[in-house]
Design a protein around this ligand. Structure first.
Ligand SMILES: Cc1cc2nc3c(=O)[nH]c(=O)nc-3n(C[C@H](O)[C@H](O)[C@H](O)COP(=O)(O)OP(=O)(O)OC[C@H]3O[C@@H](n4cnc5c(N)ncnc54)[C@H](O)[C@@H]3O)c2cc1C
Length: 318
């Protein structure tokens, strides 16, 4: 069976949900082998086995932590040369895309980023211009490298052996030119990470103030969701920029996206239009966001959101 390499995104202890999504996708086309760069693979193997990894190539050297992304690209390039996989899948995150681009140059391969699905023949689907156009494309040169958007595929367990195999690849001096000097763990409360969350509740200019974002947070907490914001809200200083969804913010693709007091500008859509189900709360029935909505409530968010939160809390308590 064809081998598909999947680059693990991990925190040194366990893999992120995006890696389980890539494994789910890889299983459609062959036997997934995970590439684990850096220490901590032992801790991550159970989860990798749960999602069908046949092999885990472990390159445990500290240099994969110490020198930004270049050593990871070298590691993957060496495995591509040695194993001739049918494809390499990475998460379409800032780091994943950079590793993928470097790998494409090193191996003379074609690269597709921001894929939201992969069909037979490794035909990748991308959703562009605010979801107005779906592009299908396939790599024609070298080993297909595809960066897949987090949350594009629902992770489904299927047992695998996750057999560990140590690989000894030394990073070149050229790959060690950008050294990580410090890591600061972002404080994150109880809410899920925005790009990994299954449910996202976002607030826009309609929310009216930073204080009013407490309404959005309460609704999000009742659903176990992450909080997002439109650029109008982050530019106004109502919510931190790291939570901005859209073209110049984060791209999310959750199972459920709730847009509250957001008009649906194309730049906002670009970051959320691949969400599986979209629900809108807006007082203007003509707001363009309703064009994307699976469910919509035309109403004042200050009336709708507290009632909705209360009802959800009642149901989850019952
Ligand atoms: C280069 C560029 C990049 C950009 N990148 C991004 C990006 O990454 N993300 C992003 O979001 N935007 C981005 N923008 C900005 C974008 O064009 C819009 O200006 C922005 O998305 C508007 O935010 P909004 O929908 O919250 O505000 P508005 O467009 O002002 O919409 C507010 C909505 O709230 C509704 N509303 C008001 N009061 C209530 C109420 N009480 N109850 C219910 N509904 C109410 C209104 O009917 C309206 O539809 C970018 C723009 C440019 C030029």
């Amino acid at each position: 069976m064809a081998e598909i390499l999947v680059l693990a995104e991990h925190d040194g202890e366990t893999v992120k949900k995006g890696t389980c999504e890539l494994l789910t996708l890889a299983r459609r086309f062959g036997e997934p082998s995970v590439v684990w760069a850096g220490p901590g693979a032992d801790g991550g193997r159970d989860r990798l086995a749960e999602f069908g990894a046949a092999t885990v190539y472990v390159a445990a050297g500290e240099e994969f932590n110490d020198y930004v992304v270049a050593p990871k690209a070298e590691l993957l390039a060496s495995l591509v040369a040695e194993k001739s996989p049918a494809a390499v899948l990475v998460a379409s995150t800032a780091e994943g895309r950079e590793v993928a681009a470097r790998l494409a140059v090193k191996t003379g391969s074609g690269l597709i980023t921001d894929a939201v699905d992969l069909a037979e023949g490794l035909v990748a689907e991308q959703s562009i211009f605010g979801g107005a156009i779906i592009v299908q494309s396939r790599v024609k040169a070298g080993t297909p490298i595809v960066a897949v958007r987090p949350n594009a595929v629902a992770p489904q367990p299927a047992p695998g052996a996750a057999q560990a195999e140590n690989v000894s690849v030394q990073a070149s001096d050229g790959a060690k030119t950008a050294h990580v000097t410090e890591r600061v763990v972002q404080e994150r409360g109880e809410r899920p990470e925005l790009t990994e969350a299954s449910i996202v509740v976002s607030g826009g200019r309609g929310v009216g103030s930073g204080d009013n974002f407490a309404l959005i947070e309460k609704l999000a907490d009742s659903l176990g969701a992450a909080v997002g914001a439109s650029r109008a809200a982050t530019d106004a200083g109502w919510y931190p920029h790291q939570f901005q969804v859209g073209q110049t913010g984060k791209t999310v693709s959750p199972q459920l996206y709730l847009a509250v007091g957001i008009s649906g500008a194309i730049q906002h859509r670009a970051g959320m239009q691949t969400s599986k189900t979209i629900m809108v709360i807006n007082k203007d029935p003509e707001a363009p966001i309703f064009e994307l909505a699976d469910f919509g409530i035309v109403g004042d968010l200050f009336q709708v959101v507290p009632q909705l939160t209360e009802e959800i809390q009642k149901r989850s308590a019952g």
